[in-house]
Structure formats: C-alpha cells, structure tokens
Write a protein that binds this ligand. Structure first.
Ligand SMILES: NC(=O)c1ccc[n+]([C@@H]2O[C@H](COP(=O)([O-])OP(=O)(O)OC[C@H]3O[C@@H](n4cnc5c(N)ncnc54)[C@H](O)[C@@H]3O)[C@@H](O)[C@H]2O)c1
Length: 376
C-alpha cells in the first residue's frame, strides 16, 4: 500500500504521524511510505532520516494526497486538506467530529473511509489511540495551570505546592480517566491539594488505590462540584463520553462562586469543551477571561511537546497502520472489531452513532455504508 504522511498544517501543530521506525516497518513489509518534505522537522526528524529508512520524500501535500492510498495524519483535516481527499482514500487520524459539523460534511462529501484514532477501542473497551495523547495532555494541564496561576500571567498568584507554613493550592480535576489521572499525578508531585471527581465508582476505586490516599476522590454530581468550586484555585476539565460532545460540568453561573483569577483548564475542548464558557484557543494565544476566571482551552495540547508526543502517538498507531497496509482498509476493519469502531465516516455516511447524533445526520452502520464504496 502507498501510505502518505503530509505535514500537519493546524496552527502550532508540530507532531508528525509516522517516524523513521514506522517507515522502516512499512518498507520491510513491502509498502511505500510517502512523506511530505519537512513533515518531521517540528519533531526534530529530517527528510534524510526518513529517506535512510526507505521513505520517498514528496514536495508538497498535493503530491502526497495525489499518490497515496492511505493518508496518516495527526490532527483533523483542515479545509485545504479536505479539498484533497478523494473517495479512494483511507484517512487515519484524530477527527473529533462531534463538535465539527463542517468537517463532518466535508468528509462525507469526499466519500473516503475515515477512521478516527479517538474512537478505536481495544479488547477491554479502552481507547488505545487516545490514551498516549491523554497522558501527555493530562501532564501539561497541571503544568500549564500552575504557570497561569502566576500573577503576571493573570492568575491568582498562588504557588501550587505552597511552602512550609503556607497552604498549597486546591486543584479540582473533573473526569478521572487517563487525562485526569495524569493531571492528578503531576499536581500531587507538585504537592497541591487534589480532588478528583468522576461519575464512575469503579474508576474512583482504581484511582483511590493508585493515589494511595494522597488525593480525594469524589463522586461527580452537579451539587458535589458546585459545593467545592468556591475553594478551588485550579479546575481541570477532563470528562469524556466516548465519541460524543462533552457535557458541561461547570456553568457560567457557577463561575460567580469562584475565587477571582482562579484558572480553568478545559482539556475536553477537542470534544466541544466541558465548561459552558469554553472556546478553543491555540498555544500562541492560550488563555482568555470570562467573569474574572482565566480559561485555558488549547485543543492540541500535546502539539506543544512534539518530541514526546510524536513518539508516544506513533508507538500506539503503528500496529494499526501496518494492519491496514497489510490487509487493506476493509480487510483490517473486518478482522479487528475495535478498529472498525474507529470508522466515523464511510461511503458518504456517518458510521459512528454519537457523531451522527451530535451532527444531526442519519447513522448508517459501517457495513451498509461500505457496500459499493471506493476504498478497498
Ligand atoms: N485538548 C487536548 O489537547 C486533548 C488531548 C488529549 C485528550 N483530550 C481530551 O480529554 C478528554 C478526556 O480524555 P481521556 O482519555 O481522559 O478520557 P477517558 O475516557 O479516559 O476519561 C474520561 C472520564 O470522564 C468521566 N466522565 C464522563 N462523564 C462525566 C461527568 N459528567 N462527570 C464526571 N466525570 C465524567 C468518565 O467516567 C471517565 O473516567 C477527551 O475529551 C479527550 O478527547 C484533549
């Protein structure tokens, strides 16, 4: 199979979807890796490093999309990329379509088979291609929150860990999944007082053991969150309902009860945001203020640490890229039920029910949508 890797074009995105190790695996198994010139530079990977493992370097995105059968990316296709996607393509990348009606319609019109990293599941129902980036984003969330709490940056001016004789800051983490757990580990490492809220008692049980009693775990309800908000210095939102738009766990009215210049970090912003007052920001301009509360809502947080993120992501995606290359897209999804759950758009239809619900288009099961589709 001809596997194409374009340079990411989203603002402040420095990751790349394939490393030289991935090129080597593909080439050794008889495939072609077509890498856009400069695609790896943001992650300190040169064209020569790819070429040394057998990649062909192509001059621009047009050439990559034009020659490749499968496009492997990191972020959701931007409008100029959607224009290059054809029905013969398999597109394998993060999509986060529930909050992106325009992109969803663009991909439907392309007719391509679009597999979203974030809805692929493993045999335990976990999200193996979201997890590595969630680990990174969780760690950044606390790091960024601690920094923004500094007075010159618009924060309250409180040190997360306090010092002997002065209390630590209070950190609320709503959603104790992969993001939440890693955010909590960093907050605990910085010696903050940490409160993790989740709706799953099973998850809270696991976290309680993982934290060894160093953080409080609290069952998340509207009331339990509302009661604690006035004491918080940093609130990290990390809830996820698989594939769906994030629920709002903090409303605008509730901001009024919070301390002035407390900080909200909305990691769930890529699923539409879990605070009512959230809107997506970029690494170049990461924060804004609503009712005296600083919001940080960067939609591609792991993009800030591409050397870590590129390798963490490709370690997880590589086996799937090889499965698709070796068996063809249809063969691979039919052989792997978890990969099949990643198919969000196929044959012009939305094939993932939560996305169809969020966008307001009919849901069509993958097999039905693929009957007669161009991708093989
Ligand atoms: N902004 C970024 O750069 C970035 C990077 C990685 C992940 N993310 C996003 O972070 C979010 C969390 O990802 P994850 O991998 O930790 O997901 P996850 O599935 O591991 O965890 C989500 C947790 O939220 C809990 N939850 C669901 N609804 C809840 C509610 N109403 N109240 C409290 N808890 C609730 C679930 O029980 C689960 O434990 C996702 O939206 C993901 O896309 C964003």
């Amino acid at each position: 199979m001809r596997v194409g890797v374009p340079t990411e074009v989203k603002t402040d995105e420095y990751r790349v979807a394939l490393t030289p190790a991935g090129v080597r695996e593909l080439v050794d198994q008889g495939h072609n890796a077509l890498v856009q010139s400069g695609a790896g530079l943001g992650s300190a990977i040169t064209d020569e490093m790819y070429e040394a493992q057998g990649a062909s370097i192509l001059p621009d995105a047009e050439a990559v999309f034009g020659e490749a059968e499968m496009i492997v990316k990191v972020k959701e296709p931007q409008p100029q990329e959607v224009a290059l996607i054809e029905s013969r393509h398999t597109v394998f990348t993060y999509l986060h379509l529930a909050a992106e009606p325009e992109l969803t319609h663009g991909l439907m019109e392309s007719g391509a088979l679009c597999i979203a990293y974030e809805t692929v599941e493993d045999v335990h129902g976990r999200l193996p291609l979201l997890a590595p980036m969630s680990e990174v984003a969780g760690k950044i969330a606390t790091q960024a929150g601690a920094f923004i709490l500094e007075k010159p940056l618009g924060g309250r001016g409180i040190l997360l860990g306090g010092v002997p004789g002065v209390a630590a800051a209070n950190v609320m983490i709503i959603g104790g999944g992969v993001v939440g757990m890693h955010a909590a580990f960093i907050a605990l490492g910085m010696e903050a007082s940490v409160f993790v809220f989740d709706r799953s008692i099973e998850r809270l049980r696991d976290l309680d053991i993982a934290f060894g009693g160093r953080a409080d775990t609290i069952f998340a309800t509207t009331l339990s969150i509302e009661e604690r908000l006035p004491d918080m210095d940093l609130v990290i939102g990390a809830v996820l309902v698989h594939g769906a738009r994030a629920p709002h766990v903090v409303t605008r009215a509730q901001l009024g009860s919070m301390k002035r210049h407390a900080v909200l970090v909305d990691v769930s912003i890529d699923q539409g945001g879990c605070f009512e007052t959230s809107h997506a920001t970029t690494h170049s301009d990461p924060t804004y203020e609503v009712d005296g509360i600083t919001h940080y809502c960067v939609a591609n947080m792991p993009g800030a640490v591409p050397i870590t993120s590129t390798y963490a992501l490709t370690n997880a995606t590589m086996p799937y890229v090889l499965e698709i290359a070796n068996h063809g897209a249809i063969g691979a999804i039919n052989a792997n039920a978890g990969l099949k759950l990643g198919v969000n758009v196929a044959g012009g239809q939305v094939t993932y029910a939560p996305v169809a619900d969020a966008i307001g288009v009919p849901y069509v099961p993958v097999d039905e949508a693929l009957a007669g589709a161009a991708v093989r």
